[in-house]
Design a protein around this ligand. Structure first.
Ligand code: 2P0
Length: 357
């Protein structure tokens, strides 16, 4: 939308996004590739205080701050190389230009290159299980900006890379780091102050457990659901005040490594986000009966003395939070849980990964 509330044309959208890129890159905008190829990895992330609603759709600027923890080894590997034509090879399969994945990825790369190219071959592999309901777009765009930074020799700061990754997908700005990240909503219209900030806390015993209760692709994109909720949920006005209360408590709980404080807070925040969705008119409901069964199971585990809490995103599946010893007990009881160490880092380049020639 422009200032009068009229929708922008695709050319105007591109221009606004390119202005931000130029503002971040400065004189570096004029640089061509400094190398022939570059590789990078980035972790997926799960929000403990959610991002739900945008104040600017073109630049993916959020209504509120949010807070996430990375998913360690789960994320994206990417290699980009200067080539004779654009190609996208995703999880070992070449995607044609009419696929959504190709369009989304190259629309992003087009923000950084002029009419003269360069053409790019992108080989990318997600280590996030597709059915797990964990967004791979966040890690993909974070890996993409890391690759570009190396290929073009920009030498940008992590904060600048985070600002650029946000243009691909909002939550991508939290995928530049391992561990906890605070995404500051920022106040500026151009979004240059809206980026992730790494929280210097390592919590070695914290675990995330992915619980896929429902496989298959999700019905509605989170982008679309978010937009719908902002204008059509009578509860949306409660969201910003709720985040303002939750965020400082979550930050303190992280500093103190206190799961008994962080867990209920993350669970309550996710449930509030889903309440906003459910109350929207028409309603947005990602939960299935299997989701409710799993939620009840989490409650039962707590009644049995296990310190476990959950969070959920725009899908039916759960992500559990627990300390390592509890996490091992949970896997014993529910063997389909996938255990993740949020702080497990992968080396930047792993050419042994399939798809990397
Ligand atoms: C989050 N989600 O904080 C929230 C909670 C989904 C539920 O960030 O439109 O793919 O690309 O900015 O980043 C998913 O939204 O949306 C998301 P866009 P994105 O993790």
């Amino acid at each position: 939308m422009d200032h009068q509330g009229n929708p922008l044309t695709p050319a105007e959208v591109l221009q606004r996004r390119r202005q931000v890129v130029r503002a971040v890159l400065g004189v570096r905008s004029a640089l061509g590739p400094q190398r022939s190829c570059a590789e990078a990895a980035a972790p997926a992330n799960v929000a403990l205080v959610k991002y739900w609603g945008k104040r600017d759709e073109v630049l993916n600027l959020p209504v509120t701050d949010s807070l996430s923890v990375s998913l360690g080894r789960l994320g994206t590997w990417m290699k980009i190389a200067v080539a004779e034509r654009d190609r996208l090879i995703l999880d070992g399969r070449e995607h044609s230009p009419d696929t959504q994945e190709y369009r989304r990825m190259f629309e992003f790369f087009d923000l950084f290159r002029g009419e003269a190219g360069p053409f790019l071959e992108i080989v990318t592999r997600n280590t996030v299980p597709t059915a797990a309901g964990v967004a791979s777009s966040a890690s993909a765009f974070a890996a993409a900006v890391r690759c570009l930074d190396v290929l073009m020799g920009w030498g940008l700061s992590e904060q600048e890379l985070s600002t650029l990754a946000r243009l691909g997908s909002g939550s991508a700005c939290r995928s530049l780091w391992y561990g906890f990240v605070h995404w500051h909503r920022g106040k500026r219209a151009d979004g240059l102050d809206s980026h992730g900030e790494w929280i210097p806390v390592v919590w070695p015993s914290l675990r995330v457990l992915l619980w896929v209760v429902e496989g298959g692709p999700k019905g509605r994109s989170s982008r679309d659901a978010m937009r719908h909720c902002v204008t059509n949920s009578p509860l949306y006005s409660a969201w910003a005040p709720l985040v303002a209360r939750d965020l400082p408590v979550a930050l303190r709980a992280i500093q103190e490594q206190n799961l008994r404080e962080l867990g209920p807070l993350a669970e309550g925040n996710a449930l509030a986000m889903h309440a906003i969705m459910i109350a929207a008119r028409p309603s947005v409901r990602y939960w299935t009966p299997a989701t409710l069964v799993a939620l009840e199971q989490v409650e039962r585990w707590r009644e049995e003395g296990l310190d476990v809490w959950c969070t959920m995103d725009a899908g039916p599946n759960l992500k559990l939070l627990a300390e390592e010893s509890t996490a091992r007990e949970l896997v014993r009881r529910q063997p389909d849980l996938q255990l993740v160490d949020p702080f497990e880092q992968v080396s930047v380049v792993d050419s042994s990964q399939p798809g990397f020639q």
